[in-house]
Design a protein around this ligand. Structure first.
Ligand SMILES: Cc1ncc(COP(=O)(O)O)c(C=O)c1O
Length: 397
């Protein structure tokens, strides 16, 4: 099914577009939002209409007014040729890769990629005859030297969602395009509001809607937007697999979309305050946050991004795992769990050394990843302050 761009004119600012995009109250009896359409079967008035698939909607997996509303809105926001929705962010990653690779192809994958993305490459893609080479995320234009005659795609993720390397996506895209390869990006951290993937050379952009589009840790969703070059293949691959998103999740994501700009700015403000506070802590060796002036990725971030979000990491000074556990286990406000992008603050310990293959991860101390939500920032500092006291106490014991 076609995914035409929204009929809304492009003259509005971003916040106006977030409010307007994908909505058509006149098609919903005047109600502001498109409701949840649940359904498999779509009825046709005549046998001839059915035989020729004549009708706006043909079958539940191919699209409903609810899914179409979000597809249109995302297409408009990203400036893409079209968007498909998948049941999770990881499904969006795998669908995007399957849409541009075939047996015998070579894939270049950033070493900083979300770990399950690597698992997909090392299992399913390998089984179907696609070879993956991991590359240093900081490679920039030098990616050209890694390309082979059969390199069909280069996958980027910037920043890496644990280690926060900033990639020079425009330079990588230019080198890849010069050799005919497709460029993909996992843009979940920045969202299209803070990084415009298609304007910077990305052909297929993935967003785990599970994170900021939800904002509530209450849904699972993926979105893939494609430019003209890749849109037909993406849509055809999606149709062939019917890897479609659940209607309630899409409805909730549309609700989240309306406040996305406000929420991201607040995540940015809170996270920067916490990150700066952490840089002053004696227990912290360094903070990995591209929005901080001293971060190695700051110049690229300033050049290409319009903002930073709520996720960053910190490397502690050397401490035992028992001391770190004492710090984390007693936290009152920071939850410990995977995923991020919701209203609540989270922290996880992580170690990239176990799975990196093109680069070495030797941070020199325990690594913690924070997601900063909407709690009072002083309460968050007090929670961490008490945690650091437990860490020191255990270290001294
Ligand atoms: C950077 C990144 N991409 C993709 C995903 C996958 O999203 P989902 O959990 O919806 O499969 C995640 C999930 O944590 C992620 O952090």
């Amino acid at each position: 099914m076609a995914n035409p761009p929204s009929s809304r004119p492009g003259r509005f600012g971003e916040r106006t577009r977030l409010v307007q995009a994908g909505r058509d109250p006149s098609a919903q009896h005047g109600f502001v939002n498109t409701p949840i359409y649940r359904g498999s079967t779509v009825l046709y008035p005549t046998a001839d209409d059915l035989l020729h698939r004549r009708g706006r909607y043909v079958y539940g997996t191919a699209g409903t007014p609810t899914t179409e509303a979000l597809e249109r809105a995302w297409t408009e926001l990203t400036g893409a040729a079209g968007t498909v929705l998948t049941p999770s962010g990881l499904a969006a990653v795998s669908l995007a890769l399957l849409s541009c690779l075939k047996s015998g192809d070579h894939l270049l994958m950033t070493d900083s990629a979300y770990r399950p993305t690597r698992v997909f490459c090392d299992t399913v893609l390998r089984r179907f005859g696609v070879e993956t080479t991991y590359y240093d995320p900081l490679v920039g234009a030098e990616v050209a030297a890694l390309m082979r005659p059969n390199t069909a795609a280069v996958f980027t993720e910037s920043p890496g969602s644990q280690s926060f390397e900033m990639q020079d996506v425009p330079a990588i895209a230019a080198a890849a395009h010069a050799r005919g390869a497709v460029v993909l990006m996992d843009n979940t951290w920045a969202t299209p509001l803070f990084f415009s993937p298609h304007e910077r050379g990305v052909d297929l952009a993935v967003e785990a809607g599970t994170k900021y589009l939800s904002g509530g840790s209450d849904l699972l969703l993926g979105l893939v937007s494609a430019n003209e070059r890749c849109w037909r293949r993406l849509r055809a691959t999606f149709d062939a697999m019917a890897v479609c998103a659940g209607p309630e999740d899409v409805f909730l994501a549309l609700r989240g979309l309306r406040s996305l700009s406000l929420r991201l700015k607040e995540h940015e403000r809170q996270a920067l305050e916490l990150a700066r506070w952490l840089t002053q802590r004696p227990e912290v060796d360094r903070v990995l946050h591209p929005g901080l002036a001293g971060d190695p990725g700051h110049a690229v971030w300033r050049r290409d991004f319009k903002g930073s979000t709520g996720l960053f990491s910190a490397i502690l000074k050397p401490a035992s795992s028992e001391a770190v556990a004492a710090m984390l286990d007693g936290l009152e406000l920071f939850g410990m769990g995977f995923s991020w992008g919701g209203f609540e603050s989270l922290v996880i310990p992580f170690d990239c050394a176990t799975y990196r293959s093109a680069t070495t991860w030797k941070p020199g101390g325990p690594a913690l990843r924070f997601h900063i939500g909407f709690e009072d920032v002083d309460d968050l500092k007090a929670d961490l302050d008490a945690g650091f006291a437990r860490l020191r106490e255990k270290a001294g014991a």
